[in-house]
Design a binder for this molecule. Structure first.
Ligand code: SF4
Length: 367
């Protein structure tokens, strides 16, 4: 899409180049609510809210109200089966899992219609990736007993919604939101509207939260608009927005076009190690200057990946931040620890995932 806000673009179908300072502007331009200290306290069990990776939301307060009043609520998200898990897909997966642990029923969609429309991957080809992706999220802790998991191509509800709301959508609307795109991508966007309202169709009208990166906001705005007009008794689906991880190598984004900017979970360990070792840090020119001035963890990919994924203990993370800015932690040592943690995680995750593959096949009814 092309939602041009001055000098940057939000496009759900391409890698966005959003820098730190742009987030505040996005909040203003698109009417996103910020996460206040009160909200952070209410959702302190959610790691990404606590750690300020999630910086904005729409209607998260409705989820809090539902929790307080012991009412049903849903958390919905999904994955486009176009490749193996990586740090970006893991962020959304862990967001869903944390919300599920807080009492929401999880709705997880395999967006195979989107992977066809966007990447030209036939459904049959997407099947094995879908199994693989689902095994990943199960290994990360999604509880399938309190979840509904579907493939877009096999789910009549989402196709039905696409046709129903389709009559409210004009060419002007989609062009204004997404720019000029192949028609299939507009259809995929309407299928996603179906994904997001599915919990309320399958169950009953209830608050739904959709954890996404800010680049997916166009879909959220379209869905809210169409829900308001077509499903008048439904809650408007809410969303939380996380900051996107920049590239390990210092580039603005993790991108397939730049293999050193990210790693996938099935990459050889040596390759993962090499990429993490090569990550850009917020360190100074040499040890002496670093001891004098301290490092800049805010600019450091080692610190960022620990904060997002590889340091479970808030106190330890805060301590490492302190030590870094005081010049008492050196990048070489910190990188070494980080590499060890990443590799340990990947090895353990692979074991857990192996044990989930059959279950994933069964859930998706794929041989
Ligand atoms: S000490 Fe650690 S957190 Fe600080 S800049 Fe170096 S690698 Fe980053």
């Amino acid at each position: 899409m092309t939602d041009n806000t001055n000098d940057f673009t939000i496009d759900p179908w391409s890698s966005s180049n959003i820098l730190d300072e742009d987030y505040n502007r996005l909040i203003e331009e698109f009417g996103i609510d910020t996460i206040t200290d009160i909200t952070r306290e209410q959702f302190k069990k959610h790691k990404f809210i606590r750690r300020k990776v999630i910086f904005g939301h729409r209607d998260l307060n409705l989820i809090h109200k539902a929790i307080e009043n012991n009412k049903s609520w849903a958390v919905m998200s999904g994955i486009k089966p176009s490749g193996p898990f990586h740090l970006g897909t893991m962020t959304t997966a862990l967001e869903i899992i944390d919300f599920q642990k807080m009492g929401g029923k999880a709705y997880y969609c395999i967006a195979d219609i989107e992977s066809w429309e966007d990447n030209g991957i036939p459904y049959e080809e997407a099947e094995q990736t879908a199994v693989d992706n689902l095994a990943d999220i199960l290994a990360l802790g999604l509880d399938p007993n309190n979840a509904y998991i579907w493939r877009q191509s096999k789910e009549p509800i989402v196709k039905d919604v696409c046709f129903k709301v389709g009559r409210l959508v004009t060419q002007n609307m989609v062009t204004a939101i997404y720019g000029e795109k192949p028609f299939g991508l507009y259809l995929a966007a309407l299928i996603q509207v179906g994904d997001i309202v599915l919990p309320q169709i399958m169950d009953s009208p209830q608050p739904t939260i959709v954890p996404v990166g800010i680049d997916q906001d166009p879909h959220i705005r379209l869905t809210r608009d169409l829900t308001r007009r077509y499903y008048k008794n439904f809650f408007l689906p809410g969303a939380t927005y996380h900051k996107l991880l920049p590239g390990l190598d210092g580039s603005n984004k993790m991108s397939k076009r730049n293999p050193n900017s990210y790693f996938t979970f099935d990459e050889p360990l040596e390759s993962i190690e090499k990429k993490v070792r090569g990550a850009i840090t917020g360190g100074r020119k040499n040890k002496k200057i670093q001891q004098e001035l301290g490092g800049i963890p805010q600019n450091c990919m080692i610190y960022k990946i620990l904060m997002y994924h590889f340091e479970p203990d808030d106190a330890k993370l805060a301590e490492e931040f302190e030590l870094c800015i005081k010049g008492e932690l050196m990048c070489g040592d910190h990188k070494k620890t980080c590499v060890e943690r990443v590799l340990r995680f990947i090895k353990e995750h692979r074991q857990k995932k192996k044990a989930q593959l059959d279950k994933a096949r069964k859930i998706l009814e794929i041989e």
